[in-house]
Design a protein around this ligand. Structure first.
Ligand code: FES
Length: 575
């Protein structure tokens, strides 16, 4: 691409290049820490927004990887500066990392805006960090490239490969059923996470990293590289070199993130058998980019795109296998006829050019359109009187008999109520019952915790039951599976119909017809609504209170109402 900027056009020039008292201050402080004019003069300043922290095992390598990025930036004639951002470990952050996704988005946007930066390298990977970084960078609008942390190596136990999350749920269920000993459970604990990096199944992290690559915001092939593979630091160096050129070319997210690019990303999501969480994040990112994407669009495209990636939890293999099979470039090559190959990417080239020559090496891991893993896409959006604004299910990961089902409800008022009841030996439950969990939504959780894969009641475990319909306004981990209906909108906490479901009601689900229906008359629902008292806000002060006041519903992407709107924010005054 052609350079469109001169050194005096750089944003950082306002801080560093002019002759006034404030610029004197900026330069003197940089000199005070060992830089001199040769480091910055006439060069793009590249902010490396790094979500590394010692409490985030998914990002444990990103501190070292930032040095690889810096090497690339310096080689290309830029001036790299690393800025830490909130790390958001999915494992450790409570009550839910989702509560803080928007905080990271705000932090990213304001870090980029308030500092003398011309371009950004965004380093993340664990579930909420990818959308958080992207949302902030999209709103700020300077050239940005995303570096995915990459998945962990395969887990290993007893001669079997273990997948993070998916096999935790599986073996925890077997332990509750008395089929796994304490010793075996401890061995699994020691074998399931073999390295730094993100979860290595097609969870939210792998899904969002792939979606970001499909959008054109990271280097081709980057999202599939295992964190511990030497390709990873090499990819970081290339990204460092590339962002400098992107600044000169003025290749901003707005030029990459078109409606066609979002369609490509959703199609890749479907072909990957991706996480349901991605729907919320993609809707939020698209709204930041001013592109109208809603849940309906996911449903339309899911009917056109089959699942090609044979990766857990919908398939058999793990992300390391997916990389050896050719990675995302190869899968996009198989999906080629369904994609818009003209979309522009961070390379300055089109999607079609980026995937040219990519080959599938292991056809059982990356299937073809003629021989898919699952004929329709990963996610279906249901609507009906129980979810007027929609809800989602992952049919590929559910027992097929539940895709058309009518059953009696057992309703739980909140998570603690559910956990008490589920362990009761005398719970009056059959495999045909439908479990309903309330108050797990954006405001009710708060933060939409991943409680949507409700445990199978203990009484049924001994009978060998491993799947049931479970409905909630919460989310589930991308590593989870089962007939879980999630993201019911509007949520129960704000008086959505889910709030009025009672034990003994009947619910009908028909995935083919995209229907979810509560068999309770409108009059009876109105009576229950009139008798309902809204719950008190969960947080009296602080970020939680701000969150509860401004958070949107799942179908809107759970963004803050004051962050989502478009509109130009002025550059900071420098005086
Ligand atoms: Fe970080 Fe799963 S815990 S990606």
């Amino acid at each position: 691409m052609k350079n469109c900027k001169r050194p005096e056009d750089l944003r950082s020039h306002r801080w560093l290049g002019v002759d006034d008292m404030r610029s004197f201050g900026h330069r003197s402080r940089l000199r005070g820490i060992g830089y001199d004019a040769g480091d910055w003069q006439g060069k793009p300043v590249i902010g490396i927004i790094n979500t590394w922290s010692e409490i985030n095992p998914c990002h444990a390598h990103l501190r070292a990887r930032a040095d690889n990025v810096k090497r690339g930036v310096l080689q290309a004639g830029g001036f790299p500066l690393e800025l830490p951002a909130m790390s958001l470990s999915e494992t450790f952050v409570k009550p839910s990392a989702m509560l803080y996704r928007n905080m990271l988005a705000m932090e990213t946007e304001e870090l980029l805006r308030s500092h003398p930066l011309d371009g950004a390298v965004l380093m993340g990977g664990c579930d909420k960090t990818t959308p958080g970084l992207l949302m902030g960078a999209i709103s700020m609008g300077i050239p940005a490239i995303y570096i995915p942390a990459g998945p962990m190596l395969r887990g290993n136990w007893n001669g079997q490969y273990l997948g993070s999350g998916s096999d935790v749920w599986k073996y925890w269920t077997e332990k509750r059923a008395g089929n796994i000993s304490e010793e075996e459970w401890s061995e699994i604990e020691g074998g399931i996470a073999r390295s730094f990096g993100t979860c290595m199944v097609m969870g939210t992290a792998a899904t969002m990293m792939a979606i970001t690559e499909a959008l054109g915001m990271s280097l081709p092939g980057a999202s599939s590289i295992p964190a511990a593979d030497s390709n990873h630091p090499r990819m970081c160096g290339v990204a460092g070199r590339r962002i400098v050129d992107m600044v000169w070319e003025d290749l901003t997210p707005a030029k990459i993130l078109t409606a066609a690019a979002f369609d490509n990303a959703i199609k890749v999501h479907m072909a990957m058998g991706g996480s349901t969480n991605a729907i919320i994040h993609v809707v939020a990112m698209a709204r930041r980019a001013g592109i109208p994407v809603d849940m309906e669009r996911f449903d339309q495209l899911s009917r056109q795109i089959p699942v090609l990636a044979n990766v857990r939890p919908s398939g058999q293999y793990l992300m390391e296998d997916f990389f050896y099979a050719g990675g995302l470039r190869a899968m996009m090559q198989n999906l080629r006829e369904k994609l818009d190959l003209t979309c522009l990417t961070v390379t300055g080239k089109s999607v079609g050019e980026n995937i040219e020559g990519a080959k599938v090496h292991i056809p059982d891991v990356i299937h073809s359109l003629n021989d898919p893993v699952y004929a329709e896409g990963a996610t279906a959006v249901l609507k009906g009187n129980l979810a007027p604004q929609g809800c989602v299910i992952k049919p590929a990961a559910a027992d097929k008999r539940f895709l058309k089902h009518r059953g009696k409800v057992i309703a739980f008022e909140d998570y603690n109520h559910m956990m008490r009841e589920i362990e009761r030996d005398d719970l009056d439950v059959t495999p045909d019952h439908i479990l309903v969990l309330k108050n797990a939504g954006p405001k009710g959780g708060p933060g939409m915790p991943e409680w949507g894969m409700l445990p199978i009641p203990k009484r049924l475990l001994g009978q060998g039951v491993r799947d049931m319909i479970r409905i909630s306004d919460g989310r589930m981990s991308g590593t989870s599976y089962g007939a879980c209906i999630l993201h019911v909108a509007p949520e129960s906490f704000v008086g959505g119909p889910l709030a009025f479901v009672q034990t003994g009601d009947e619910i009908e689900v028909d995935v083919d017809k995209r229907l979810i229906h509560l068999h309770v008359s409108d009059d009876e629902l109105a009576r229950r609504k009139a008798a309902w008292t809204p719950p008190a806000p969960r947080y009296p002060r602080g970020y939680g209170a701000l969150y509860s006041e401004h958070i949107g519903q799942a179908d809107e992407g759970c963004d803050f109402d004051f962050l989502a709107p478009l509109g130009r924010i002025p550059e900071p005054e420098i005086h």
